[in-house]
Design a protein around this ligand. Structure first.
Ligand code: BGC
Length: 766
């Protein structure tokens, strides 16, 4: 798929239509606004392969769990990201012949995502069997200003006089491709056609989420709105208005769909439809263009703080903007109940909305590109789900307020159901604690500990203290039956990364307890009461674990050992595998994968990435050089961590190779799975590969540290961050690094370990 999409600094362009790639292109061309989104589906009929998808944040379906053998502790359901009413469809007939892009001849086709303005455009010319050529231009966007609004402008002209039949429809008869029991998830509430409005209200089975999709349809001929008569049709969950009129050759007609989608995630169920119709009336009083301009202005503002400019490498430039665009269309931090699903609003695979990906990968992106309140929302999200995490741990036999956050969740409840992951991939708890540490490093907001942060840490620390056990035989603590980040090996003992982060969590929690008890004595009292925390005894126990926890290390190789037995495997590097065997997860049996040495994603190296200050450069090098050759990067989360580490240890070629792999993962379909949806959470990793990798940026104690270099393949690059909510721009070329302080306060920072300062509204070159 390499080079299928044309390189451009601000656009993703598909020229010519290849039906084989349609589902991939639909993922790539997804658009959204942080509250809802849609795949890049073609508006007119398309009878070929397509995954039609429209998704609303927070609206999900608890699909009954499907497993071969039930295990105690499995969750009852898997939360499905729910495909919802399709609003943008148009059925078009020319002299009676259906316009179906799958069957008519495509003369010209161009689909492009304009990332700068957040709009999806398409131009095409098709020839029907009746000899008529139809030219189409469409633009569609989801407003960043009014988060319940999406608009479509569709222009059509023909090369001969003909009769045009258009059906504007809204269709709630949609399914999830990944439904466990082939059920449909929606019940009908109301469908109607009022003048030129088509309205469908549906409600989910089980949880009764209500969604109203209300569309105003306007037809323009030479800029003049035509009040054409139409024939209304309604069926269950479906409302349509049919228009039929003659068209003169070469005279374009313009159709506009103003769409408002309201859900009971934001309104009471009874109010959803009334609200949607009222909002639609307000929104359709302005033009499509006016809404688009406002939304595009909001995108321009987003780009001010999130953009990365790369000079001298257009593919790298396009790729990083593609990643940033999709992160911004997935999560804007408007609602503490929303999170960042691995596929965002671009597909259905994975379900749930929250994985450890959020804390480990996405949070650092929002920490440097957005106001600190946005990153805080992500922490508050977990605080609000603490009770459920405690219940989850209780179900597995833990007590005393121990909390195990779910591997996958929508509302705080676990919904993952593979025992080796649900019960064993517990390192996710560590990432949640690490995120609190990271947030404090960036913002200095230690007060957050008194507002819920400490309670989360305590629940996690208590979990770890119970999850390790004392081995009388070895006279040490060990942790058995875990799955590390490398899911290509399950149920292992003493996974270095999991044990390391567990130990760190307990130590960090102890440190926070000391600080809180001194700085916030009143809040501390109520925390003690609420949590029944026996500070002295519990911290003593954590310290005992700290002193006696087994963290496997091998003297011969001088590396941390991924887990017991890892070194006894057949150590054949991945480059010796035939290309036809890759990706292993599609070519090999699971049994063969589990017994092999191959590592799906950073495991020991994930630990070095998180806790880099605790290890010296030589240790980084040895572990990287040992583990990377066995790593197959079959998780999208893998290449970015390797890129950052390779940059750190001075391997620029490896860093660059891994950068391209992470940033162009979906554009070039590296893992052969882009059709399922985009790898949204790893997109944050692509951004971090530049900023933390090549830029060497770290924030410690609210101080900026840089260790920048310019990859040999680029002339220069530039990005802007928010440091303590104040803008700072960083430009790096082969010759110089320039730090521009765009704020009204002096800042101090270090470059390559040397302290510098830059006055307000000025810049320094180093
Ligand atoms: C990775 C996990 C990740 C999940 C969702 C899996 O393939 O191994 O680490 O949380 O995808 O992105």
């Amino acid at each position: 798929m390499i080079n299928y999409f044309k390189a451009d600094p601000w656009k993703i362009i598909e020229e010519g239509f290849n039906p084989q790639y349609n589902e991939i292109a639909e993922s790539i061309f997804s658009i959204g606004n942080g509250m809802m989104g849609q795949r890049g589906n073609i508006e007119e009929t398309y009878s070929g392969h397509s995954l039609q998808g429209t998704y609303h944040g927070g609206v999900y379906y608890p699909d009954k769990t499907r497993v071969g053998w039930w295990k105690n502790g499995y969750p009852e359901y898997f939360a499905k990201v729910l495909n919802s009413t399709y609003w943008s469809g148009l059925e078009i007939r020319i002299n009676g012949e259906l316009l179906d892009l799958n069957t008519c001849k495509i003369v010209q086709f161009q689909r492009e995502l304009d990332m700068q303005h957040g709009v999806l455009n398409r131009k095409c010319v098709v020839a029907l069997t009746n000899g008529i050529e139809v030219s189409i231009e469409s633009s569609r966007f989801y407003s960043l200003i009014n988060k319940e609004y999406a608009g479509l402008r569709y222009q059509l002209s023909t090369n001969k006089n003909c009769q045009l039949d258009i059906t504007n429809y809204v269709d709630g008869n949609v399914v999830n491709k990944d439904s466990n029991y082939d059920e449909t998830f929606w019940n009908e509430i109301n469908q109607e056609v009022r003048n030129h409005q088509t309205i469908v209200t549906v409600e989910t089975k089980k949880l009764n989420w209500r969604v109203c999709t209300a569309v105003q349809f306007d037809i323009f001929n030479q800029e003049i709105k035509q009040q054409l008569t139409h024939t209304p049709t309604t069926q269950s969950k479906y409302a349509a208005a049919h228009y039929s009129f003659p068209v003169t050759a070469g005279e374009p007609w313009q159709l506009v769909k103003h769409c408002v989608m309201a859900t009971s995630f934001h309104h009471s169920p009874e109010a959803v439809e009334i609200h949607a119709i009222k909002t639609l009336e307000k929104m359709s009083a302005s033009t499509f263009q006016a809404h688009l301009q406002m939304s595009a202005a909001a995108w321009a503002k987003k780009w001010e703080t999130t953009d990365v400019e790369i000079h001298g490498d257009i593919k790298a430039q396009q790729a990083v903007r593609f990643n940033i665009y999709h992160l911004n269309q997935t999560y804007c931090g408007d609602d503490a109940r929303l999170n960042i699903g691995p596929k965002g609003y671009t597909g259905e695979k994975y379900g749930g909305s929250t994985y450890w990906d959020t804390e480990a990968y996405c949070l650092p992106f929002y920490l440097v590109t957005s106001h600190s309140s946005i990153a805080k929302q992500l922490l508050v999200y977990r605080y609000k789900q603490l009770d459920k995490a405690i219940e989850n741990a209780q179900k597995l036999g833990f007590n005393n307020g121990a909390a195990l956050y779910p591997m996958v969740t929508m509302n705080g409840e676990e919904c993952h159901n593979e025992w080796e992951i649900t019960f064993e991939e517990i390192h996710r708890n560590g990432a949640i604690a690490y995120a609190i540490w990271n947030y404090i490093q960036h913002t200095g907001d230690k007060k957050y500990l008194s507002e819920g942060g400490f309670e989360v840490l305590l629940g996690i620390a208590r979990f770890w203290a119970q999850r390790v056990h004392w081995s009388e035989y070895r006279k040490r603590y060990e942790m058995h039956g875990v799955t590390g980040p490398n899911e290509y090996e399950n149920n292992v003992n003493n996974n270095w990364y999991t044990s390391y982060i567990a130990n760190w969590c307990m130590q960090f929690t102890a440190e926070c307890a000391e600080w809180l008890s001194q700085e916030y004595p009143n809040e501390w009292k109520s925390i003690l009461q609420k949590t029944n925390f026996h500070k002295t005894e519990e911290i003593q126990h954590w310290n005992h674990i700290h002193e006696h926890l087994y963290l496997p290390y091998n003297e011969d190789y001088q590396v941390f050992v991924q887990h017991d037995g890892f070194l006894e495997k057949q150590l054949i590097p991945a480059h010796e595998l035939p290309a036809s065997d890759r990706p292993l997860n599609q070519k090999w049996s699971w049994d063969r994968i589990l017994r092999s040495v191959y590592i799906k994603q950073a495991d020991v190296l994930q630990g070095l990435y998180f806790f880099e200050d605790q290890f010296d450069m030589e240790c980084h090098k040895r572990n990287f050089q040992f583990y990377e050759p066995f790593t197959v990067h079959e998780s999208s989360l893998s290449p970015c961590v390797h890129s950052i580490l390779a940059a750190k240890i001075g391997e620029p070629n490896k860093a660059y190779e891994m950068y391209l792999r992470t940033a162009r993962l979906d554009l070039d379909n590296y893992n052969n799975d882009t059709e399922d949806g985009l790898h949204i959470t790893s997109m944050a990793g692509s951004y971090l590969s530049i900023v933390q990798g090549f830029g060497g940026l770290r924030i410690r104690n609210q101080q900026l540290q840089l260790n920048p270099y310019c990859p040999p393949q680029w002339e220069s690059y530039k990005f802007q961050i928010l440091l303590n909510n104040q803008p700072v721009a960083i430009f790096v070329s082969k010759q110089k690094t320039e730090i521009a302080n765009l704020s009204s306060k002096e800042i101090q920072f270090t470059v390559n370990g040397k302290s510098k300062n830059v006055e307000a509204n000025s810049s320094v070159i180093v």
